[in-house]
Design a protein around this ligand. Structure first.
Ligand code: ATP
Length: 332
């Protein structure tokens, strides 16, 4: 899957003051997901993570830009064909399994539904596939007759994952798949996703606001800020982030891998209706200069292969060990 310069602009929600205003939900997104790769997407609430996920599964049509999937330009396909193509090849796991699953259908019916809709196999083969997928995600056969409301949150998310895999997709998009779950079952669901990805050779896009979870789950981490991708870094090189925003996110959830002083970002996230000129992060960035307001910097390669960032004043090697050095540079 590849996005090239994808923009999504939506009519703003809100009172009369927002009439005819436009939200810049996604601005110039460039992203390629290779077969078998997991790309993690991280950023604060409202930065466009879900919009990006919806573009990937075809739920959100880009305002402009190109979406390529397995070599074809999806924009050039008629709507029905596009939906059929993505519906079978891209699976989606949503944040809250309680609302994502039809409460009136048994687990067996929920799981068989995609096979019925896409007319896959004979009725007996469909039932067999349901049993197979339930076993794969660790659900007991007895759960087949249950309604989603009779299951625990973790079991419901297992059902949602099984449903997303029913049509053997090559790409799984998981949007905050554990944030509605109890802390005790989060690790089980994350481990299940990692296991399934390996066993089935899936590509995965894993969306979360928690950078440490994203780091654990992903081969690459993409940081978003106010509708823009600002950094794309191999997970193993995350400690060497060059973008101040990724650095601030990392410092907010310290880990033993890279202990650092917390960086407190000042001021609110600007409105996506009126994003700042140039780099959108400049209004909260302690390294920003007037030049940052002129234009969004292009992607710049860092020393690690595959590491790209968009910043005029990137974190340098001498900054990376100590967050306090970064803080001391803060200017009003
Ligand atoms: N249907 C919509 N109509 C208008 N604006 C929208 C709509 N959906 C999202 N937005 C706006 O688009 C921007 C990006 O939203 P999006 O949901 O993609 O962000 P997010 O990073 O996934 O946030 P969260 O983590 O809170 O879900 C936000 O400013 C949001 O308010």
């Amino acid at each position: 899957m590849e996005l090239r310069d994808v923009h999504v602009r939506l009519p703003a929600r809100g009172g009369p003051a927002f009439r005819r205003s436009v939200v810049h939900a996604l601005t110039g997104a460039d992203l390629a997901i290779a077969p078998g790769e997991t790309v993690g997407v991280v950023g604060e609430s409202g930065c466009g993570k879900s919009t990006l996920a919806k573009v990937l599964i075809g739920l959100q049509k880009p305002t402009s830009g190109t979406v390529l999937f397995e070599g074809s330009d999806l924009g050039s396909l008629p709507r029905k064909e596009r939906a059929a193509r993505l519906g079978a090849s891209v699976g989606m796991v949503f944040q809250d399994p309680s609302t994502a699953l039809n409460r009136r259908l048994t687990v067996h019916s929920v799981l068989r539904d995609p096979l019925d809709v896409h007319r896959r196999g004979t009725p007996a083969e469909r039932d067999e596939r349901v049993r197979e997928l339930m076993a794969l995600v660790g659900l007991p056969p007895s759960a087949a007759a249950a309604l989603p409301g009779q299951l625990s949150g973790g079991q419901r998310q297992r059902v949602a994952i099984a449903r997303a895999l029913m049509l053997e997709p090559s790409l799984l998009v998981a949007d905050e798949p554990t944030s509605a779950l109890d802390v005790s079952v989060r690790a089980q669901i994350l481990n299940l996703l990692l296991d399934l990805k390996d066993r089935l050779g899936l590509s995965m896009v894993f969306v979360s606001h928690d950078i440490q979870t994203v780091r654990r789950m992903s081969d690459r981490v993409v940081t978003m800020y106010l509708g823009r991708i600002v950094e794309d870094v191999p997970a193993a090189a995350l400690a060497d982030t060059r973008h101040p925003y990724t650095r601030a996110l990392l410092s907010a959830t310290p880990s033993l891998l890279d202990p650092m002083e917390p960086i407190r970002l000042e001021g609110p996230v600007p409105s996506a209706v009126h994003p700042p000129s140039g780099c959108p992060f400049r209004t909260r960035c302690w390294r920003a200069t007037d030049a940052c307001g002129e234009a969004m910097p292009p992607f710049t390669p860092a020393s690690e292969p595959g590491h790209l960032f968009r910043c005029l004043h990137p974190i340098t090697d001498t900054d990376t060990g100590a967050g306090s050095a970064v803080l001391q540079e803060k200017t009003p």
